[in-house]
Design a protein around this ligand. Structure first.
Ligand SMILES: Nc1ncnc2c1ncn2[C@@H]1O[C@H](COP(=O)(O)OP(=O)(O)O)[C@@H](O)[C@H]1O
Ligand SMILES: [Mg+2]
Length: 425
């Protein structure tokens, strides 16, 4: 019997999930709420916002949806999975208690300390004077984080004491992140390259994905402000099987174990961001969902039926599951609006997607793009994800950048060095 699926969310990640689910032999109707201009091409967009749980649950009930897949962090942190389960609706993603590992950096750090998971040395503060004294004692470089969800803007990597003091001022005195800044994590600065790990879990068992690498900073050579992510590659050629095993043993397994012990077994995607430091892997943070753009490259490489493994994860039946991946590499280049991650203008016509889509190995995923009077226009900071696969990382990158050049909109910005470090290594 065909399986009807509802995907919640409307970014590049959700377009990639929809694109992949559409290829499943057992997919029935596919709905995306609210979706975007790209998801409309593979399924039916439903005008309900990702945070409007009641109406999403009503819709799932009414349409007899067999599986609802939650993409973004916010609804998970607010307990959408708990509500769906309460109403007897089958849903994929972590409960509110399990998603707390992303929603509270303070909770995640304490859990890591308790479970012996390698992470930066830290202290947690809720009082500005105490935090300031600690920062002055430790000196720069130092990292200051608002504990709660802050749209990827709550982390200050401070190279000077003055920067650290002004970060504390913004978070704890001006309350720029509101309640998200009530607790502040102050931690040791870590050196090394950053990678993303994704583990698909079902509350008891888990399966690791290949390692991937995002490029967080807006400028080339990793300079400038942090963004939601400017491009990704997978797998990461210098992260071997042994390193991955080490991360599984020292990070993923003990973290999932500790969550279960806390009465919050995790199902869905657990995504630790790691620094590969000279002293081995160290966790920067945990996310409780797919990374975006990482999800886009994973969907390009995944060989196994996505619907099968999401159902197994939702039903607690992952034990013994093998996930198969295509050989070669997948990459993604984010096309952003000029000015992002600061203020930017919207509403510029976007052209050239059709031609770009025809470059061998290329698939374009939509994010901040809308339809206005029948035309595609920019509507967000990250506009499109240009993904490509290839037998080598170099081939995949060349294809993606060829497609990038064919797409145009006013203020189009992208990094020209996605994957460059991995290529040079
Ligand atoms: N201890 C640290 N040392 C060096 N860089 C860090 C450290 N913690 C975070 N960062 C940098 O800041 C970015 C954002 O931090 P992260 O904890 O992932 O928060 P979020 O993704 O919620 O903004 C990371 O991707 C990393 O580049
Ligand atoms: Mg992060």
């Amino acid at each position: 019997m065909a399986t009807d699926v509802l995907i919640v969310g409307g970014g590049g990640r959700e377009h990639a999930l929809a694109w992949k689910l559409k290829q499943s032999p057992s997919i029935g109707k596919l709905y995306i709420a609210p979706g975007n201009g790209g998801t409309r091409l593979v399924g039916e967009n439903v005008p309900i916002e990702a945070i409007d749980f009641e109406n999403l649950a009503n819709f799932a009930e009414e349409k007899k949806i067999s599986l609802t897949v939650i993409g973004p962090d916010n609804p998970l942190a607010e307990g959408i999975v708990d509500l769906f389960r309460l109403r007897g609706l089958r849903v994929w993603g972590p409960t509110k208690a399990a998603a707390h590992i992303e929603g509270s950096k303070a909770f995640a750090k304490n859990l890591m300390r308790e479970a012996g998971v390698p992470t930066a040395e830290f202290e947690i503060f809720s009082n500005h004077d105490d935090a300031l004294a600690y920062v002055r004692e430790l000196g720069a470089p130092i990292v200051i984080k608002a504990s709660g969800l802050s749209l990827g803007k709550g982390v200050y990597v401070c190279m000077t004491l003055a920067e650290a003091e002004s970060a504390l001022e913004e978070i704890m005195v001006q309350h720029v992140f509101k309640k998200s800044g009530d607790e502040v994590v102050i931690e040791e600065y870590l050196d090394g390259q950053e990678i993303s790990i994704h583990a698909l879990a079902d509350g008891k068992d888990f399966v690791l994905f290949p390692p991937s690498q995002d490029h967080k900073q807006v400028g080339e050579n990793d300079t400038g402000k942090n963004t939601g992510g400017m491009g990704a590659i997978a797998p990461v050629p210098w992260v071997g099987a042994e390193a991955l095993k080490d991360i599984e043993t020292r990070v993923v397994r003990p973290t999932l174990g500790a969550l279960a012990e806390h009465g919050a077994p995790f199902s869905g995607i657990l995504y630790p961001g790691l620094k590969m430091s000279s002293q081995g892997p160290k966790v920067l943070e945990f996310n409780a969902r797919f990374g975006d753009p990482e999800c886009q490259v994973y969907m390009r490489l995944l060989k196994t039926d996505l619907l099968d493994i999401l159902e197994a994860s939702a039903d607690g039946k992952l034990a013994g599951t093998k996930i198969e991946w295509n050989t070669g590499f997948a990459v993604n280049i984010v096309l952003a609006s000029g000015g992002y991650p600061d203020a930017y203008k919207k509403g510029f016509p976007v052209t050239g997607i059709e031609g770009a889509d025809k470059v061998p190995g290329v698939v374009i995923f939509h994010a901040g793009i809308a339809i206005q009077g029948g035309n595609l226009v920019t509507s967000g900071g990250r506009v499109l994800g240009v993904s490509a696969v290839g037998d080598t990382l170099k081939i995949a990158l060349d294809r993606a950048y060829e497609a990038v050049e064919l797409i145009n909109f006013e203020g189009k910005y992208f990094r020209r060095d996605i994957g460059a470090k991995a290529l040079a290594q």
